[in-house]
Structure formats: C-alpha cells, structure tokens
Design a protein around this ligand. Structure first.
Ligand SMILES: [Mg+2]
Length: 262
C-alpha cells in the first residue's frame, strides 16, 4: 500500500470531476492547481476522455481559467499512439470519433476490408453498427491487435445510459478470443506512462481523482498513492461497495495542497 510522499516529485490529476464539472471550475480548483505546482516538480493532467482531442481539452481548461501547457495533458489517444509507434505498426484501423482523429492522424487508417496491424477502439457512437463491428472482428481474426482507449461499461449521455467503449471491446474480445490492450485508466500502463514522461518513480508521486475504479484503482495498481476527492462522480456507496481503499480522501482538490504542507 503506497504512502503519500511528503514532497511529491509528480502529481497526476484527473480533470473531469476534479478540476471542473461541465463548464464550471470546481471551487478553489484554479488556485489549488497553481499552489500544487509550487509543491511538486511535475504535473500531468490524466484524463480518460476519448470524445475530444487534446487540443480541445486544453482549450476548454484555459477557457475555464486554468493555466497549463499542452504537454501536461495526457489522454488515452496519446498512449495508443505511443503504443503503435513502439510496435512500429503501419496499418492501424481507427474506430474513433471524428473529433479525436487529429490526435491519431499519424497512424495510417486502414481502409475498409483491408487487414490491419491494430484497431484503435474508441467512441464511434452511432458508427458502431453490425457492419463496422463485423469488419473489426474480421481484422482481429486476421491477427490485428485490439487497442481499447478505455474499458468503461456504459456512460450517461443526454438521453440516458449508453453502451461505452468497454462494451464494444468486450463483444469483439468475446467473438475473436483476442484480449484488448487497454491504454486508458484504470490500466496501470496509463499511470506509468505519465510517470515515465516525468522520469519519476511511483513512490515519489501521487494521483488525484474522483473515480474510485479508474483513478484510485488505476493509481494504486501502479503503486502510486491515490487521493480520492468527493466531487464529480464521487459516490459514497460506490466507494463502500468497492474493494479499493484510497490512500486519502478529501472533500475536493482545494484540500489537496494541505496534504503536502501547502
Ligand atoms: Mg474524473
């Protein structure tokens, strides 16, 4: 069980539900981020968002009043890109939303029906049809790797609950027998990638998030002390029902600097 570092060399902060909810910064979040920067050498904002590009995320945060550098935001798409580079994949089929394509444009999209080295699976929305899923299934049967940007079961959109990427990934995994490589939270590889980016050991870092499974579970699996905030999607009953025990739990990001003497 990792302990909170006294002087963290790196802080990994979830964005949605920690810094802001919708179009409102959480109370004290802008000032807290500023103070946290003075208490650590490296900050990475780690989000599981797969519906928007990094540029759009950075622009939104700046619009809300947060100060940040582009390179501080780490998304599953960035991890997928790094993964494909490390494997030298040349033909990658992108099953992602239009708005995410700019983050993955260096990956050559395999055209329909052609074999692929890998499939990057994200939010295809209404593009998830029997046909597109079957095309992906055939590619997997021909040896493609399945890279899932996240593995959530469902999400809540304006008209109600909707199947999320994990559900489609599970269908493809079930049919093909291929296990997806998950690059988003709670995969410890996501947290590790953020630490590698900063050259920091897990014991010298702390994670802050509002999602008991994705943020806290993912952080702890990577041996990083993980602080749960009672904002965003935090639900006490979900925490109680979970086997995951946060390193610390605080009311909001505004209480985090004090954990490090700030
Ligand atoms: Mg969150």
């Amino acid at each position: 069980m990792p302990e909170l570092p006294i002087q963290p060399a790196a802080l990994l902060l979830d964005i949605d539900g920690v810094l802001h909810v919708g179009e409102e910064p959480l109370p004290g979040a802008i000032e807290s981020l500023r103070r946290l920067r003075g208490l650590t050498t490296g900050v990475r904002l780690v989000t599981n968002t797969t519906s928007r590009s990094r540029r759009a995320i950075v622009e939104q945060l700046r619009g809300l009043g947060f100060e940040l550098a582009d390179a501080e935001v780490l998304t599953p798409a960035a991890l997928a890109l790094a993964h494909c580079r490390s494997r030298s994949y040349e033909r990658v089929s992108l099953m992602v939303s239009e708005s995410l394509r700019e983050d993955l444009e260096e990956l050559e999209a395999g055209s329909d029906g052609e074999p692929a080295d890998a499939i990057v699976l994200g939010d295809l929305g209404s593009g998830f049809t029997a046909e597109t899923l079957n095309a992906a299934f055939r590619r997997l049967m021909d040896g493609a790797e399945l890279i899932a940007l996240q593995h959530n079961r469902y999400w809540r959109r304006a008209d109600g609950l909707a199947l999320d990427v994990g559900a489609y990934a599970a269908a493809l995994e079930y049919a093909s027998g291929v296990e997806a490589v998950v690059v988003g939270k709670p995969s410890p590889r996501f947290v590790q990638a953020a630490l590698d980016d900063l050259g920091v050991d897990p014991a010298a870092a702390a994670m802050v998030g509002d999602d008991i499974e994705g943020d806290i579970g993912g952080g702890l699996d990577a041996e990083v002390a993980s602080i749960l905030v009672r904002t965003g999607k935090f639900r006490a009953d979900a925490v109680a029902a979970s086997a995951i025990v946060p390193t610390a739990t605080v009311d909001s990001i505004a209480a985090v600097p004090a954990l490090f003497g700030g």
